[in-house]
Write a protein that binds this ligand. Structure first.
Ligand SMILES: Nc1ncnc2c1ncn2[C@@H]1O[C@H](COP(=O)(O)OP(=O)(O)OP(=O)(O)O)[C@@H](O)[C@H]1O
Ligand SMILES: [Mg+2]
Length: 234
């Protein structure tokens, strides 16, 4: 698979650029701040609909405008797919595949598969557990794009529950449902998918860490869940 071009409009520092690419390696050379990483970030956004540098979409849109657009053509086994996404902070993004509008932008996920190495990756080691969870979530969605919907539903349910927790601070916690009927199933689907991924991620990490660190600090990987503490499953 390769990206035949990446084109953006009003993305970060770029008003407009259409960059043709070849299979194999491309090296972007330019002075600091010229916008090299911005283009990597745009390609990453086409793959994951998120940025490796910021949590929300607003910083991705060029200052002073309302909307950014990222386009790219993915060539895979002789077929080409044209991916387009309009980034509309504060409103729904819109996506097109081969020029046909998609009902849900997340239907683009999984078509372009990228691996992005950046200084920000240190957050996986140094950052909060949330950063590591986000890394696993992204990996999960890359492997099984369908789960993007499950994750979105789960996050919505969690938000509702957290606001319920705030308004009902005096009630025992166990009595506050995650939300509606769907929620326990969502949790289990996510858990079942994240857990088997660990035997894939951990051995690779074990192998790579000594290759990138001078001192051989041992890598310790723990996966801790409090998911079933309150209501153990059979
Ligand atoms: N939303 C935005 N609107 C306009 N400009 C932006 C926006 N976000 C970032 N920039 C500009 O993008 C530039 C940084 O671009 P980028 O990080 O891609 O540089 P780079 O070429 O990777 O530099 P370096 O060689 O230092 O890594 C900065 O000048 C910054 O002001
Ligand atoms: Mg850079």
């Amino acid at each position: 698979m390769y990206l035949r071009f990446i084109a953006v409009r009003d993305f970060r520092s770029w008003a407009s650029i259409d960059l043709p690419l070849d299979p194999g390696a491309t090296v972007l050379v330019g002075r600091n701040g010229i916008g090299k990483t911005n283009l990597m970030e745009a390609a990453g956004y086409l793959a994951t609909q998120s940025s490796h540098r910021v949590a929300g979409d607003q910083p991705l849109v060029r200052r002073g405008v309302q909307q950014a657009v990222v386009r790219g053509a993915v060539v895979h086994q002789g077929r080409e797919l044209l991916l387009e996404i309009e980034i509309n902070p504060g409103r729904a993004n819109r996506a097109r595949l081969n020029r046909s509008p998609l009902t849900r932008p997340r239907d683009l996920l999984g078509i372009l598969r990228t691996v992005l190495f950046a200084p920000e990756d240190l957050a996986i080691v140094r950052g909060d557990p949330g950063e590591r969870r986000q890394f696993l979530d992204q990996l999960l969605i890359m492997r099984a794009p369908r789960l993007a919907g499950v994750k979105a539903d789960y996050e919505r349910a969690l938000k509702q529950r957290n606001s319920l927790l705030k308004t009902a601070a005096d009630k025992p916690r166990e009595n506050i449902p995650l939300t509606g009927k769907l929620a326990p199933e969502l949790v289990i689907v996510l858990f079942e998918k994240v857990f088997p991924m660990l035997p894939v991620v951990v051995p690779v990490s074990m192998k790579m860490v000594p290759r990138v660190t001078a001192e051989l600090a041992p890598l310790i990987v723990q996966f801790v869940t409090r998911l079933f503490e309150a209501s153990p499953i059979r």
